[in-house]
Write a protein of this length. Structure first.
Length: 95
């Protein structure tokens, strides 16, 4: 039941363009930010999206070469945990 509701919600969001909007918010937030490595939580805070939304956006953005991952884990400024940080690939952002 929950899985079916999740699939339905995913399709509704996809058709409504919500994912495209969130993607744009993330890219804009990182474009305005300095060229620093940031955790997923830090990016979510900058883009004003939920952490879960950020998690869903990251892999496609990495696969599309829009975001790049740091070579090694670094402490998150929000949680203090060591995480693999991300930053905008300025050479990979489509015009």
């Amino acid at each position: 039941m929950i899985k079916e509701q999740s699939r339905e919600a995913h399709q509704i969001n996809k058709l409504a363009g919500i994912y495209s909007l969130h993607r744009t918010l993330v890219i804009n937030a990182l474009t305005e930010a300095t060229d620093e490595w940031r955790s997923r939580r830090e990016i979510a805070a900058l883009a004003r999206v939920e952490n879960s939304t950020m998690s869903a956006l990251v892999q496609p953005l990495i696969a599309q070469n829009v975001l790049i991952e740091a070579p090694e884990a670094q402490p998150c400024t929000i949680t203090g945990r060591r995480v693999v940080k991300l930053k905008l690939n300025r050479m990979g952002v489509p015009a």
